[in-house]
Design a protein around this ligand. Sequence first.
Ligand SMILES: *[C@@H]1O[C@H](CO)[C@@H](O)[C@H](O)[C@H]1NC(C)=O
Ligand SMILES: [Cu+2]
Length: 184
Amino acid sequence: MAGAQAASAVGLLLMAAGLLQCLAVAAATSHTVGGSTGWTIPPNATFYPEWAASQTFAIGDTLVFNFATGSHDVMEVAKSDYESCSTANPIGSTITTGPASVAITSAGEHYYICGFSGHCDAGQKLSITVASSPSATSPPPTSTGSDGPTPPVTPGSDAAASLLPSGVKATVALLLLISLAFLP
Ligand SMILES: *[C@@H]1O[C@H](CO)[C@@H](O)[C@H](O)[C@H]1NC(C)=O
Ligand SMILES: [Cu+2]
């Protein structure tokens, strides 16, 4: 009798853990690089650093580079190449088709530049720091202007993440724990 009860409790706890995992995955954020300006030569050198500072990046999130194919590209590079704007040693293959979605799969610093001549030197470069564990926190929504020729592509906008505040997780966990009390 006590054994069956314990087994039910374990089953429910496993279900709860699975549910929380789903919620964490659903909270992955899509970051549209540069907001409505997109991926282009920025108005000033601090534009992309300022944009990156407004975001919270986590493993499982996605970077969306909005640019017209043939006008720009995206290459991930090492820190030194980011600083010198060197296109000699890209990490992985250069993305030439826009808009482009890039999955964030590892923690730490990541560096991206545009390989078109002069663009990186003019400030079209992005550095981000990714937290070491998935995060459900949502960044403040990016402001929207109407400039820029590229169409906005937001598969799962920043706002979507805010639909799942951490309070939801706590509530689900609490309800499941309460249901344990009513086990036969
Ligand atoms: C850079 O440009 C952005 C967008 O126009 C602006 O919001 C920001 O204040 C500018 N930064 C500086 C340091 O001029
Ligand atoms: Cu470019």
